[in-house]
Design a protein around this ligand. Structure first.
Ligand code: ADP
Ligand code: MG
Length: 269
């Protein structure tokens, strides 16, 4: 056990990640540090290619940092952690399994008895509004519905933390808004620790309790802003003065980083 502050769920400590490939080395992250507290909804925003997915993969234990450490509840992350529920942009459902079987999958792995599994899955299918689709296969579902199945599956496993990598980026604007509001409802009810990645400032503001802006690659933390917009929240919050105020602050910081990342690209040509 490593000393972590009381209530710190995820502790990212001076993490660097260097990829080596045919074109040489790419430093995706450089000495990035960030603590996420229990029950926080932290949203990371940053330009494309700044290392957001890399960071999330390290937290989930899909890959290891080149330098630095990541602790989950004070324990170093050394491999894939079942306590982390990961939700990707591209759904990652089993196409040959029904909605019900997809949601039950993790529970089956944990050898939960069949009837208990059924009940638990039903509860979360209901929560994401997919009742009636239990026996449907993923290819008959819209993108938004598939992503709701991913969310239900993740919640059914009762993860310590939920990691979401641009989960709504591929959806149309209206579906996105419905799912954003649904995720806020779930957060308000369950107070899960959530680390969520997006390149949308509006999305960050609507969802988060804290916003972290990443720098252009190599990714570090450029700015952190406590999002004090009150919960319960819905999309109407976007009309408030405070929303516009925080948005402006974040936009300035993101804009500066996007400009830098464009310079990096030009230099490399
Ligand atoms: N497996 C890998 N091998 C080599 N380079 C990688 C690998 N994964 C990511 N990168 C590079 O690391 C940088 C950050 O990538 P990524 O974390 O996917 O950014 P983001 O999610 O913010 O768009 C990019 O320049 C990307 O090309
Ligand atoms: Mg990414």
């Amino acid at each position: 056990m490593d000393p972590v502050e009381n209530g710190t769920k995820i502790s990212i400590r001076k993490v660097s990640k260097i990829f080596s490939g045919k074109q040489g080395e790419v430093t995706a992250l450089r000495e990035l540090s960030l603590d996420v507290n229990e029950g926080e909804f932290v949203v990371i925003v940053g330009a494309s290619g700044c290392g957001k997915t890399t960071l999330l993969n390290l937290v989930a234990g899909f890959d290891a940092p080149t330098r630095g450490r990541i602790l989950l509840d004070g324990e170093p992350v050394t491999g894939i952690t079942p306590e982390c529920g990961m939700i990707f942009q591209h759904y990652a459902l089993f196409p040959w399994k029904t909605v019900q079987a997809n949601v039950e999958f993790g529970l089956k792995m944990k050898r939960m008895p069949r009837s208990e599994r059924r009940n638990r899955a039903a509860k979360f299918i209901d929560m994401v509004g997919l009742n009636g689709f239990e026996t449907t296969y993923p290819h008959h579902l819209s993108g938004g519905m598939k992503q709701r199945v991913s969310i239900a599956r993740s919640l059914a496993n009762n993860p310590k933390v939920m990691l979401l990598d641009e989960p709504f980026a591929a959806l149309d604007a209206m579906t996105r808004q419905v799912l954003q509001e649904q995720l806020v409802r779930i957060y308000e009810k369950h107070r899960k620790t959530i680390l969520f990645i997006t390149h949308s400032i509006d999305e960050a503001l609507l969802l988060s309790s804290r916003i972290v802006v990443m720098t252009a690659r190599p990714g570090r933390i450029a700015q952190e802003i406590v999002n004090d917009l009150p919960y319960p929240r819905n999309a109407d919050v976007q009309l408030s003065n405070r929303f516009m105020e925080i948005k402006r602050t974040i936009w300035e910081s993101v804009q500066a980083e996007v400009m830098k990342s464009m310079e990096v690209e030009t230099d490399q040509r």
